[in-house]
Design a protein around this ligand. Structure first.
Ligand SMILES: [Zn+2]
Length: 148
């Protein structure tokens, strides 16, 4: 929090505020008109600091996605985002499975065409390689921790 916009602005405005206070002490003896301006400036700075504190509190109390840390103004929005967040492991798994269904569907389409020709005019070596590689890929997806 030491590098936040809030902290930098707060320090800058405190410096201004201190300068204004010193000016007020000086001016009190000198000029009642400028003294009033200085008081207005202090009031303005006080209001601004209050605004910054409110902004900061709003930011830190907002809801965030537990997967990607994106922030949302309400819990409902954060939850609805989290269900489809691209960094959610389940969402990533669903994407992976969708890709596999597409690949497998292409292979089934080829299989259907081969069957429709009763196996005639077929490059069996290429087809066997495709089936083997699909089986291997699916096996790894299902048992990726080396189980069988
Ligand atoms: Zn997210």
């Amino acid at each position: 929090m030491s590098e936040s916009k809030f902290t930098k602005e707060f320090i800058a405005e405190c410096k201004d505020s201190i300068a204004a206070s010193l000016a007020v002490r000086y001016i009190m003896k000198e000029d009642a008109e400028i003294f009033r301006d200085a008081l207005d400036e202090i009031a303005r700075l006080t209001a601004r600091v209050r605004e910054l504190v409110d902004e900061e509190e709003t930011y830190y109390s907002s809801w965030k996605c537990g997967w990607c840390n994106e922030r949302f103004p309400t819990q409902a929005l954060a939850l609805s985002h989290a269900l489809s967040c691209e960094t959610h492991p389940l969402v990533q798994r669903v994407r992976e499975l969708e890709e596999e269904v597409k690949e497998s569907n292409g292979l089934l389409r080829s299989t259907y065409q081969i069957a429709s020709r009763d196996g005639k005019d077929t490059n069996w070596d290429a087809f066997k390689k495709q089936v083997y590689s699909a089986l291997d890929r699916q096996h790894k997806m299902m048992y990726d921790k080396g189980e069988k």
